[in-house]
Design a protein around this ligand. Structure first.
Ligand SMILES: NC(=O)c1ccc[n+]([C@@H]2O[C@H](COP(=O)([O-])OP(=O)(O)OC[C@H]3O[C@@H](n4cnc5c(N)ncnc54)[C@H](O)[C@@H]3O)[C@@H](O)[C@H]2O)c1
Length: 261
């Protein structure tokens, strides 16, 4: 049964075919949704994203350049999207950034002010910035679903996750405040707390290779999370199956978060 036929939305965060956003787009598309995309500025980035979308049969999908740290870029992308589609049923925020040098065990205390603020800006504030621009488009169509990607390091100390943990805590809190304000327009806002998946972003965190092995051994499901696990949860969140769910952080981590040690 295809749950998203006729639905259309924007997916921000595909870098390549390993990205969580790529797996989310794949699952949304399999359920009949039309996805629009953004890429980081630059021809190489555009080419890499296009190539990964080609693998999904979405090589000719709507694609615009976006540096989410720039308000002008955000304005331009949402205005162009509105002009071309007129409605937005879902918005996927799957982006994060922190300086690689700071994502090493023992380095949190060395984080300079500017890098601390930029991690929160790109990884958390942008959810608010995108939601504010999505709101009028979604409200006009009678509502929508906004989702973002978090990680357990928002709640507990994960060695090396450092300033990204602070940013994810801000993201999860931003998610709740947005859910409380946007519900009046029938817009639901939720976070997916995904398990470790090897991607460009996660390979920047020091010590993750060992973490992946340890997780596979101790996870209640005795395996690491796959992109498709998160993709299926995104389908649930974009669809009417989650009609009463908002402000939540939903774990998709094969159960790792329930363990005490
Ligand atoms: N991979 C994991 O283990 C894991 C686990 C839980 C949560 N997450 C989260 O999932 C999300 C996606 O990360 P991923 O693991 O798929 O890695 P990824 O590197 O494939 O995706 C990160 C994306 O962020 C984008 N980005 C960075 N700065 C940006 C900016 N200024 N403007 C626009 N886009 C920008 C990159 O272009 C890239 O597409 C992130 O929020 C990440 O923290 C990842």
């Amino acid at each position: 049964m295809r749950l998203l036929v006729g639905k259309v939305g924007l997916v921000v965060g595909v870098a390549n075919e390993r990205s969580y956003a790529w797996h989310i787009a794949k699952a949304l598309n399999e359920h009949g949704a039309t996805c629009a995309f953004t890429h980081l500025p630059g021809e190489r980035n555009e080419h890499r994203v296009k190539r990964s979308l080609n693998e999904l049969g979405m090589g000719s999908a709507w694609l615009r350049s976006l540096d989410a740290g720039k308000d002008d870029d955000l304005d331009a992308v949402f205005a162009a999207y509105q002009n071309d589609f007129g409605k937005m049923d879902f918005l996927v925020h799957s982006i994060a950034f922190a300086e690689r040098d700071l994502l090493q065990p023992g380095k949190f205390v060395t984080t300079p002010r500017a890098q601390y603020l930029s991690a929160i800006d790109i990884s958390a504030y942008t959810l608010l910035a995108m939601s504010a621009r999505a709101r009028p488009i979604m409200a006009k169509g009678g509502g929508g679903s906004i989702m973002s990607m978090s990680y357990y390091g928002a709640e507990k100390v994960v060695a090396g996750y450092n300033v990204m943990g602070v940013a994810k805590a801000a993201l999860e809190c931003t998610n709740r405040y947005l859910a409380s304000e946007l519900g009046v327009d029938k817009i639901r806002v939720n976070c997916i707390s995904g398990g470790y998946l090897r991607t460009l972003a996660s390979s920047a965190v020091g010590g993750t290779d060992q973490m992946a092995e340890a997780v596979t051994e101790k996870a209640p499901l005795r395996r690491g999370v796959e992109g498709a696990d998160v993709g299926k949860t995104a389908v649930y969140l974009a669809s009417d199956l989650s009609s009463g769910v908002t402000g939540e952080t939903i774990y998709v981590d094969c159960g790792v978060n329930i363990l005490g040690s």
